[in-house]
Design a protein around this ligand. Structure first.
Ligand SMILES: *Cc1c(COP(=O)(O)O)cnc(C)c1O
Length: 234
């Protein structure tokens, strides 16, 4: 074996050990009622398998094409979360297998998910994404827009809205991040009260990423989406 080859092998191996270590550390740091989603976007299947071997089953991706090819190649008991912006015309590619769609931000998208879900005779769980950050670029609904969507929700029997999702601003100011998470939690409770009072399935608050998941958990997150703190930087 040449030196270069050996050191590549060694680098790959130490990367895989790091992934397993990170999963184990996060699992012990996160309370039991909080679901850890390993965000594997851009990462190779080998890294995902390593996390899988460490017991991880929930994985998050933000591109349809990527999640489809990973779904086809990897163990079928992985629960795939589509966490990024989803185009209406691409719902059909994931409708047969997706576990949870995090970023519903229009009635049109909800309608298309309903249509594709019914073709596969299943009910697809989704979250409504809210705009909680001060930054302009973040996607998501306003509270008023969500009210309009929820008034018509009976028209979509093959989707089940199970909670809310949001992303805090990418800033240093911890207090700002905290108050953005608090606003999402407030939205969750108010929707729960007005639309899902009797519905025990409406229980997910998806918030928190590598840089801010601790604050998110303190503020009531039930699902954290962690990428670089598991797999390294992208
Ligand atoms: C990439 C991504 C994450 C994970 O980000 P990290 O900072 O790597 O943990 C979480 N949520 C969404 C919507 C993402 O696109």
């Amino acid at each position: 074996m040449g030196g270069t080859k050996t050191s590549k092998w060694f680098n790959d191996l130490s990367h895989l050990v790091m992934v397993a270590d990170n999963i184990n550390q996060l699992k012990s740091a996160i309370p039991e009622n909080v679901t850890l989603i390993a965000v594997s976007k851009t990462k190779p299947n080998e890294s995902i398998v390593m996390a899988y071997e460490a017991g991880q089953r929930h994985f998050g991706e933000n591109k349809v094409q990527e999640v489809v090819s990973k779904y086809e190649a990897l163990p079928k008991d992985i629960q795939w979360h589509l966490i990024g912006h989803l185009q209406t015309n691409k719902v059909k590619y994931i409708a047969s297998f997706v576990y949870l769609i995090h970023a519903v931000e229009s009635e049109r998208l909800l309608q298309e998910i309903d249509k594709q879900a019914s073709k596969h005779k299943r009910i697809i769980d989704v979250l409504l994404q809210f705009h909680i950050a001060q930054e302009e670029t973040k996607f998501g609904l306003s509270f008023e827009e969500s009210q309009e969507i929820l008034k018509n929700v009976d028209a979509f029997p093959n989707v089940r809205i199970v909670g809310v999702m949001g992303m805090a601003s990418f800033v240093e100011d911890q207090q700002q991040i905290r108050s953005e998470f608090q606003s999402l939690k407030g939205i969750f409770h108010s929707l729960k009260n007005d639309f899902f009072h009797e519905d025990n399935q409406f229980k997910v608050i998806s918030m928190g990423m590598s840089g801010d998941y601790q604050i998110a958990i303190q503020e009531g997150s039930t699902m954290v989406r962690v990428g670089s703190a598991i797999f390294g930087s992208r």
